[in-house]
Design a protein around this ligand. Structure first.
Ligand code: UD1
Length: 418
């Protein structure tokens, strides 16, 4: 199993280019199932989760061609069946995103239930309830969601909880439904907006994405398109925190500063000097230790849960005491145990972690448990004294493209051990 070896203590410096957003690419690849013609998607990141979604489409008989320059062509014309098997869904919960498109376009879908997950129960009940309200017949049998519908009908949906993939699934289903759908309490994440823009480029009629009320006027068919995925805001934030933790100065290019304001505000509170342009962010920490910050995660535009672990790592070495409250997922403090093994002073009480910053972490062998937890361990390693070995980095390869090359570009002493 691959590991990352990181010798900490180097102040990060230089430029890094952000890849396409994982959480926009996955729904967009699933959304390509809705098209009558070939869909070309650009700025697709080379990530294990993307490979899994492509494998899922190929398994159904969809033609997928990966071209140079991170462009992927998807043609669902030859699809043979509508099933997402357990062995793929268990490696990636976002596989559930094929449910809405399959049902809406082909009238049937069979998707394995995702099952247990390292970061809490994460049910998909709201996806199912929304599709039922649109007229689908759904049963849960043998660990599978089995869904059928002649043609989905528009409906007024009020989501109990803000769910990102739930909103996306229902939006995709509604795109080909008969009539008008309203999704209230919709997720406002930028990736939801990117998906809506993609669907509209295929001829869908989606309005209000980015607000908590999305309206979709169903159309009878959607055409092919050529669409570029937005930049990854979580990858952007991860590099910025790495620079802040090492007292460095970096320029993050090809990103979208407007969608990570909550993260930038906390980095400024931590003492970072930040300058932004339209598609770049420069952070300068002036070789100073960060100050502790309090974080409370919330759906967008609140502070993203996917940046929580990275800020926990930063608070571990910051000046002062910081409290991190996780409101989106239960059981998302797996990284804390590993950070403690590097000397961090963290106490967990319910869904909060209180962190007394210490002057420096010490290197240790640590184990990644989920995607963002593993990112926090890499950041801790970059700031620690000595050589940290991060094991089980397949988690990090699910969501960060060329992580070691990009950090090397910023001067970090990091290498992959295969
Ligand atoms: C998406 C992101 C993930 C991010 C998360 C929250 C993708 C592929 N993944 O995950 O990176 O951490 O949003 O920003 O975009 N819930 C229910 N019932 C449901 C659906 C969700 O109770 O039917 C709950 C979940 O357990 C969780 C909360 O709602 O507590 C939010 O989850 P959700 O937004 O659905 O997360 P994902 O879409 O899976």
């Amino acid at each position: 199993m691959d590991k990352l070896a990181i010798t900490g203590g180097v102040r990060l410096q230089g430029e890094v280019r952000v890849s396409g957003a994982k959480n926009a690419t996955l729904p967009i690849l699933a959304g390509a199932l809705l098209a009558d013609g070939p869909v070309t998607i650009g700025n697709v990141p080379h990530l294990n989760d993307v490979t899994t979604m492509i494998a899922l489409l190929v398994r159904m008989g969809v033609d997928v061609t990966v071209h140079d320059g991170m462009r992927v062509e998807v043609d669902p014309g030859n699809i043979q069946h509508y099933r997402a098997p357990y062995e793929l869904v268990k490696t990636m919960r976002a596989s559930i995103l094929v449910l809405g498109p399959l049902l809406s376009r082909f009238g049937e879908a069979e998707v394995s239930l995702p099952g247990g997950c390292a970061i809490g129960a994460r049910p998909v009940d709201l996806h199912v309830a929304g599709l039922q309200a649109m007229g689908a017949e759904i049963s849960i049998e043998d660990g599978f969601i089995r869904a059928r519908a002649d043609r989905l009908k528009g409906a007024h949906l009020v989501l109990d909880i803000v769910t990102v993939t739930g909103t996306e699934n229902l939006m995709m289903a509604a795109a080909l439904a008969k009539g008008h759908t309203v999704i209230e309490n919709a997720a406002r994440e930028p990736e939801v907006v990117d998906l809506a823009n993609f669907l509209n480029s295929m001829g869908a009629r989606v309005r209000g994405a980015g607000t908590n009320r999305i309206e979709i006027e169903g159309v009878s068919a959607l055409g092919g398109t050529d669409y570029n995925v937005m930049p990854d805001r979580i990858e952007t934030g991860t590099f910025l925190v790495a620079a802040a933790m090492t007292g460095g100065r970096i320029l993050v290019k090809r990103t979208r500063p407007a969608v990570i304001e909550a993260v930038l505000a906390k980095l400024r509170d931590a003492g970072a000097d930040i300058v932004i342009g339209e598609d770049w962010i420069e952070l300068d920490m002036h070789a100073v230790r960060p100050k502790s910050v309090d974080i409370s995660t919330a759906p967008y535009p609140g502070f993203p849960t996917d940046m929580q672990a990275q800020f926990t790592a930063m608070n571990s070495i910051a000046d002062g005491v910081g409290t991190i409250t996780e409101n989106v997922f239960e059981n998302r403090f797996m990284h804390v145990l590993e950070l403690q093994r590097m000397g961090a002073d963290i106490k967990i009480a319910g869904h909060s972690a209180v962190i007394h910053g210490i002057a420096g972490l010490t290197a240790a062998p640590v184990m990644a448990t989920d995607l963002r937890a593993s990112a926090s361990l890499v950041l801790a390693g970059l700031a620690a004294d000595g050589e940290t070995l991060v094991d089980r980095i397949y988690h990090i390869d699910r969501g960060y493209e060329c992580i070691e090359e990009k950090f090397q570009q910023l001067g970090a002493l990091i290498r992959r051990i295969v």
